[in-house]
Design a protein. Structure first.
Length: 387
């Protein structure tokens, strides 16, 4: 299928740019300003102080959820003042607590591995933040961020229909591509969303930022949604219960320190002595057990996914062949996607069968489907089967 990129904001249009204080969003705002757009900068405030401050042995790294948020906001405010950009801070901490933090703790405690970035993008950055703009009576033509992604439109209708919805395509810089995190964004919303860095390499972004003298050019990128120092604090509402490491036959191999510290495929930090490398194969929340196995035993070819979204809300009525990604840094692998038949009142479930076995498919993570480097759908992995 052929696609055409949607045009970037034109001169004179009003553009809201989501600013984080990082080099990507800062350069995005500057480029749009130079393009002749009326740029409005907005930063979402996530930290509400309900988690007590902790003393860290080493400096905090730049996480999305951090007590260092004020420094980022001050940096954004300074940049906007120097550049002549209107600036606002919108408090979305309450919604973030409910939709992201509560989700993270619930998923870990149920034996799954959550993806807070996907959740944050769909519910907060492209959800609560935009609702906040409405409350401030801020109207705009486009909403832009520094994501490495592209918004495109198919030349012909999808799945045999006449619908040509806005879709997310991979960015030029495949090493920085962030489309995996954005797959749940609605096509109607994407009509007003643009990613100006879509055709740029990260090296070019840094080069332009340094040439422009942006302070953000010297700032380290955030790598996690929360600083390691605060991970334990997220689970402080309940006592963490240690349990057993077992092998596939149920033989106890040692003791784990709590389900939230482990994910499928993990090898390091297990504290288990073995003649062969062992990996986390399964996390059983009901038994509070973690099953360990050798590398070959954590490979699988079939998964089931729920809470599925299809681009333009057009659901295919036959088996689909696509490239599926089971995590951000995994390469897409050829697979077949088919709907699982069930009772009318059951939650729709989709079966994804890979032509080659995949390493450490993880419940709670997302499987995202691509055709010609464009996202066509995706869902949350609920079950893994080796067929």
């Amino acid at each position: 299928m052929k696609y055409v990129p949607l045009d970037l904001p034109e001169s004179g249009s009003t553009v809201v740019v989501g600013l984080s204080g990082g080099v990507d969003s800062t350069l995005t705002a500057l480029l749009l300003k130079k393009r002749g757009c009326n740029v409005i900068g907005v930063t979402m405030s996530l930290w509400d102080g309900h988690i007590p401050l902790v003393q860290a042995e080493k400096p905090f790294h730049d996480a999305c959820y951090s007590p260092n948020e004020k420094e980022d906001i001050d940096a954004c405010r300074k940049f906007c003042a120097e550049t002549g950009i209107e600036y606002h801070v919108i408090d979305v901490s309450g919604e973030y607590n409910r939709q992201v933090l509560d989700y993270v703790t619930k998923e870990y405690r149920s034996g799954k591995t959550p993806n807070p970035c996907i959740r944050c993008n769909s519910f907060i950055k492209f959800g609560a933040l935009l609702e906040g703009l409405k409350k401030l009576d801020i109207s705009y033509d486009y909403f832009c961020t520094g994501h490495y992604a592209m918004v495109v439109r198919p030349v012909e209708g999808i799945w045999g229909t006449d619908k040509r919805p806005a879709m997310i395509a991979c960015a030029l810089d495949d090493l920085k591509d962030q489309t995996y995190f954005l797959y749940r964004l609605d096509s109607n919303l994407l009509e007003k969303v643009r990613f100006p860095l879509a055709f740029m390499k990260k090296s070019e972004v840094f080069k332009l930022a340094k040439e422009a003298g942006l302070d953000a050019a010297d700032k380290k990128e955030s790598q996690d949604f929360v600083d390691d120092c605060y991970f334990d604090a997220l689970f402080s509402d309940k006592e963490t219960v240690p349990g057993n490491f077992v092998n596939s036959d149920g033989v106890v191999l040692g003791q784990h320190k709590g389900l939230q510290y482990y994910t499928i495929g993990q090898r390091r930090g297990l504290g288990i002595s073995s003649t062969r490398p062992l990996y986390v194969k399964k996390i059983d929340a009901q038994k509070n057990e973690i099953v360990l196995a050798e590398k070959a035993d954590i490979l699988a070819s079939v998964l089931y996914a729920e809470d599925f979204v299809w681009v333009g809300n057009v659901v295919p009525d036959s088996v689909v062949e696509a490239w599926g990604k089971i995590r951000l840094r995994s390469k897409g692998a050829l697979c077949q996607v088919e709907k699982v038949k069930g009772a009318a009142n059951e939650t729709p479930k989709w079966k994804i069968s890979f032509f080659e076995k995949q390493n450490a498919i993880t419940p709670g993570q997302s499987v995202v489907l691509y055709k010609d480097n464009v996202i066509i759908g995706g869902g949350i992995i609920s079950e893994v089967i080796d067929e």
